[in-house]
Write a protein that binds this ligand. Sequence first.
Ligand code: NAP
Length: 446
Amino acid sequence: MHGMHTVLEAIQAGASGDDIGALPIPESYRAAFVKRDDVGMFEGVASEDKDPTKSLHVDEVATPELAPDEVYLAVMASSINFNTVWTSIFEPLPTFGFLDRLGRESEWAKRHALPYHVVGSDASGVVLRVGSAVRNWKPGDKVTVHCNYVDDQDPSAHDDSMLAANQKIWGFETNFGGLADLAVVKANQLMPKPTHLTWEEAAVNALCNSTSYRMLVSDNGARMKQGDTVLVWGATGGIGAYAIQYVLNGGGTPIGVVSSPERAEILRSMGCEAVIDRAAEGYRFWSDEHTQDETEWRRFGKKIRSLVGDDPDIVFEHPGRSTMGASVFAVKRGGTVVTCAATSGYMVEFDNRHFWMKLKRLVSSHFANYAEAWAANRLIDQGRIHPVMSQVYPLTEVGAAARSVHRNEAEGKIGVLCLAPTEGLGVDDHHKREVVGEAALRRFRR
Ligand code: NAP
């Protein structure tokens, strides 16, 4: 604790990179983690009642040794992603299995298989120390971190690195994640911090923004074109709120689906005119646990046509079981459903007749490779895509923050202050911030 306090003082005093690089690395640091011993704690509890405040602990953990291709990062801020919810409720699998598998890969990887898992797949902060093989970064650099964790000595990682045989998500399938005062990251996860943002605004983007970029914009995803209509589920949620921005920024027409008038209002303020409130419409795509209702799919399709005059070219899908049948039905003949998740259940079902007879495509997507994450980070730095942070929690309340995401109570992203003592710090380019405008940067703030 004391050691990281010295680091914070140096950062706040604007110490030089050399001075920051000379600071001693503390032997322990404050981190949010789940415990291996707790894995069975929610047995018999319904998924929605599993409470992350019971399983996420915040305490000191030992600082691991640094591998040659890694850096120690002083984490100023981080964010809650749904994967931290999954880890904290031990669903669909406890993440210790991932750590054990990683631990068998190499001498350095052994460090990860521990009785605790430090979680978190986003971070903004300052590089403290670089390993001997790191070339492009140095102590004092202000950075954001993307969570694609790949072994660059594996040949399968050298086309699209998301196709690497042992690709992992940092802070979910690896230890030493971002919800902590210090993190261990590979140098090839680093990106320059957007200069007009606060630490917490800079910390919330990488995971969700890069995911939405790959799903919609990249050649690896749905390859959205100017003029496309794109239906976005959960359009004010983490990935959905970036998706809406990509559609607008790329000259498309978004149709945003949300579940309350307040969320509908946020969408309109973003410039998304076609909005569906799924709660008000009362869709029942599943009439019982085993049966889907095609008349409800039709009602949904009709609603979309009434708003934009056509079927969507692309459906941005992630709720999974509850919506996939409707998504495949509603997408245009020849159109694309792109999916990266299954929040409501992963055993999905759709009517294959509508799928093949109308030559639709289903594209799977998962996070983003370094080039995609870099491009998405650059769009944030250019002020074309904005953070969608609604709330900020201190690290000590990380469990409550994760519970809020689990309960679908939060819009956009929740930022978490790690070393940053208060909100609002870390802006380097005040002029750019003024040009981009507080209205865009604070649109999701509660
Ligand atoms: P989030 O912030 O909680 O947003 C999810 C949104 O989905 C909610 O705002 C909600 O919107 C909507 N939703 C939830 N249940 C629904 C249902 N049954 N039917 C229709 N809509 C529903 O989460 P997120 O960060 O956007 O992540 C969404 C999912 O993507 C999660 O499962 C996450 O694990 C996954 N994900 C995957 C990757 C990847 O790389 N593969 C990356 C990021 C996220 P309304 O209630 O307003 O409709």
